[in-house]
Design a protein around this ligand. Sequence first.
Ligand SMILES: *[C@@H]1O[C@H](CO)[C@@H](O)[C@H](O)[C@H]1NC(C)=O
Ligand SMILES: *[C@@H]1O[C@H](CO)[C@@H](O)[C@H](O)[C@H]1NC(C)=O
Ligand SMILES: *[C@@H]1O[C@H](CO)[C@@H](O)[C@H](O)[C@H]1NC(C)=O
Ligand SMILES: *[C@@H]1O[C@H](CO)[C@@H](O)[C@H](O)[C@H]1NC(C)=O
Length: 415
Amino acid sequence: MKAMWFRPRLLRQLLTRSALRKLLVLLLVWTIVEAQLVYRRVARAQLEYEAQDTTLQKNPTRVFIASLHWNNEAILRSHWNKGVLDLVKTLGPENVFVSVYESGSWDDSKGALRELDRDLGKAGVARRIVLDNETHEDLLKSKPGETGWIRVRNREIARDSAPRRIPYLSRLRNLSLEPLRELAENGTRFDHVLFLGDVIFKVPDVIGLLNTNDGHYAAACSLDFSKPPRFYDTFAMRDAKGHEHATQTWPYFRSSESRNALLNGLPVPVSSCWNGIVAMPTSAFTGIKGLNFRGINDTLAESHLEGSECCLIHADNPASRTRGVFLNPNVRVGYNEKAYEAVHQPGSWISLPQVYFGLWKNRIARRFTTPWFKELSVSRRVRRWEQEEEGREEPGQFCLISEMQIIVHNGWKHL
Ligand SMILES: *[C@@H]1O[C@H](CO)[C@@H](O)[C@H](O)[C@H]1NC(C)=O
Ligand SMILES: *[C@@H]1O[C@H](CO)[C@@H](O)[C@H](O)[C@H]1NC(C)=O
Ligand SMILES: *[C@@H]1O[C@H](CO)[C@@H](O)[C@H](O)[C@H]1NC(C)=O
Ligand SMILES: *[C@@H]1O[C@H](CO)[C@@H](O)[C@H](O)[C@H]1NC(C)=O
C-alpha cells in the first residue's frame, strides 16, 4: 500500500484536491507570517540594543584582559592592538590589566605585541606581555610530560606519544591568568576577566558583553564568525540542554529554551559557549576554589574523546548552575573584516530570507537528525572509563566529542 504514495499521478490527484491545497497554502502563509514576526522582533531587539546608552552597569568596572596569541600578526596589526587600546581608554587605564601570552609564532606576532606593550606603557596600563620562544617543534622534541601526552600508534605522525592540544592550550590559558592570582594575593582586585580571542571587536561590543543580562552571569560570550552566516566555534558551544548546535546558521540551537531566547533577541541561556570574546566574574578564578583550565584525563582521552578547555571550564564552574552562562546575540565578532561587516548590517543583522529559511532548516534538522547516537557513544565510553577505577568522574561529559587532537610542528591535527 505504501508504494502508492509515490505514484506521481496519485500525488497529482491528491494535490488538486482543494482541501489539501488549502492546507498547504495555509501552511505556507503561516510560515511567511511567522518569519515576518520573528524578523521584526530580532530587528527591534537590535534597535533597542543599539539605542542603549553604552555606559557600564557598574562604573568603574575593573577588567583583567587575558589573551593567547599564535601567528596572529596580521589581525594584531590591523585591528586587535587598536581594539585593546580603545577599550583601555574607555574603561580607564587604571582599571585594566592586560595579560597576553604568545608562544612560538613564526610570523612577527612578537613584534606586533611589542608595539602593543609600548603603547600600553605610554597609556599607563598595568600589563604582562609574555613572548615565549618555545615553538611546537621544541615541545615535540621535549621529553613527554607526566600528563597531557597521548600514545600514538602511527609512526608517521609522531614518535610514540604526542602532546594533546587541549592540555597544551589549558596550560597557556592558566599561565595567562597567573598575574590575576598574584594580584589578588597582593590585594588588587578586578570585577571581570575578559578573554579576547584573535578577533575583530569594537569597544561597544565589549561594553555590551559586560552588560549582558544586566551583569548577572557566570559567563557571557559573543557570537563569532569567520565565514558568515555560519558561526565559528562549534567545539565549545552547547545549548541549554547540553546538545551541540542543530544548524550552524541562525537560529543554531536544538533546545527550545535557547532557541526561543534567540528568537526574542534576548541573552541566550546555554550550557557552554566561547565564541570570540568572553566575560566571567574574576571570583571564578581566585581564592582556594579558583578554577583552572584543563583537559579531560589522558586515560579518558585514550578512548578517542576530547572536549574543549573552554567548555570544561563552564562544566567545572559551580556558578554556571546558579548564575547561568549566556550567549549574547547582540555582540558579534569576526575573524576578518568581511565577516565582521557582514554581521553588522544596519537595521537587522539577519535578513528576512535568512530568518525564513533558517527557521525551516533548523526545524527540519531537529525533526530528522538526533544527537542521541553521538551522545550515547560518548556516555558509554565515559561510563566504561569511570567503572575501570574507583573515584573517576568527568563532570564535563556534555563537552565531549569523538575526536583526538594532537599538537604537530605546524599547528594541530586530528587523529
Ligand atoms: C629562548 O629563550 C631562552 C630564555 O630567554 C633562551 O635561553 C633560549 O636560547 C631561547 N631559545 C631560542 C630558540 O631562541
Ligand atoms: C593550570 O594552572 C594551575 C595553576 O597554575 C596548574 O596547577 C595546573 O597544572 C594547570 N593545568 C594545566 C593543564 O596546565
Ligand atoms: C605582588 O607583591 C609581591 C611582593 O610585594 C611582588 O613581588 C609581586 O611582583 C606582586 N605581584 C604583582 C603581579 O604585582
Ligand atoms: C587521571 O586518571 C588517573 C587514573 O585514574 C589518575 O591516576 C590521575 O591522577 C588522573 N590525572 C589527573 C590529571 O587527574
